[in-house]
Design a protein around this ligand. Structure first.
Ligand code: ZN
Length: 66
């Protein structure tokens, strides 16, 4: 039996400001990625547009129609 697990992306990048986040499964939240000791926060005023499937919902636990 295959579990109805989401193929969750574990990383996402904002196409507008360059913010990079990774999924923290333990904390169940997105965390800003650090690169070269610098947090890739992008712009705080950006309406982030992530380069992942827009329908991805990390908190969706129903067997949503794919
Ligand atoms: Zn952004």
């Amino acid at each position: 039996m295959s579990e109805p697990k989401l193929r969750t992306p574990t990383k996402r990048t904002c196409e507008r400001c360059g913010r990079v986040e990774r999924w923290d499964a333990a904390q169940t939240t997105w965390r800003v990625v650090e690169a070269d000791g610098e947090r890739q926060v992008g712009s705080p005023y950006c309406i982030h547009e992530w380069d992942i499937n827009g329908t991805f919902a990390p908190f969706e636990d129903k067997n949503a129609h794919a």
